[in-house]
Design a protein around this ligand. Sequence first.
Ligand code: ZN
Ligand code: ZN
Length: 343
Amino acid sequence: MTDDQAIRSLVMHAIGELAVERIPARPLGPGQVRIAVHAVGYCKSDVLGYLGGNDRRQRAIDDGGPLVMGHEAVGHVVELGPGVEGPAVGTPVVIDPIIACGVCEACRADAGNACLNRRIVGCDAEWPGAYAESLVIPAENAVPFVGVAPLEWGALVEPLSVGAHALNLAGDVADRRVLVLGGGIIGTGVALQAERRGVREVTVSERLAERRALLAGLGLTAVPPDEAGGGYDVVVDCVAVSETLTQAIEALRRRGTLVVVGVAGPTAEIPVMRMVENEQTLRGSFACTKAELAAVVAWVAAGERDLGDLVEAQVGWGRAVAAFERYREPSPPFRTALLPRSD
Ligand SMILES: [Zn+2]
Ligand SMILES: [Zn+2]
């Protein structure tokens, strides 16, 4: 193997064991494209996987060997596999990390995110992710990012789309009052989607003052948890620990809807009696559909909102592992992006 056939990647061997290594570039199969990664966001699920907050990434390693994580990415198409007509080499694209079978019941209902046979780029040893100089994905998972916005913003598309999907699961929210618990990137995606869908009010409950300031800079209303109030038609919990689930059920009106999209841990307690007595609906939300991702790509690329402040830290290979460690701090960065071609 010559050096130019090896690519630098961030390889996770086990919980707490992450290293920058040169590994062989994957051959391109039929229907696949190679993407040179421009920027990839540090997702909370990757951070929790590495820190051991849950065992999702460890289970993937147990099943298939070392893992290259990273599924919130933007880059350029650099090579087309056999039978691929596009996107053309050179096209800037956002990665849609969900690889769906296309034939199961969920896929037939345009809900590939719930595909019974789904694989997820960066969460599966068979589909190495974007903490790498390049990666290989199916051509249909490369979504052109065409517009005036800086290319880095493309790394925000996937988590913002996850927030958009969570809100969309609440049904028609026009003229409704919406509360979002947790003002990270997913919560930001929920709130921005709520605005786009014409809600009467959207409030973000967030305990960190610097995050509330960042959200205020986007024109969103963000308050400390004890000031969030109640009587909401829809609550979206982007944290999903016992404390926030309790806040969610208590802040929800009778017959209101709670959508849970957080991944903090495998179990949590909910005030079930209150939920039952008030006939509230509880719904889980996972990832997003292709249509939702395409819609968010369009408005992010068009530069409709200034999202420049959301990527707080940009790192190259030298600080790639240390940047994960920053998430042990009580006040971690809003979003970190690795730029694999910056050094
Ligand atoms: Zn993510
Ligand atoms: Zn399927």
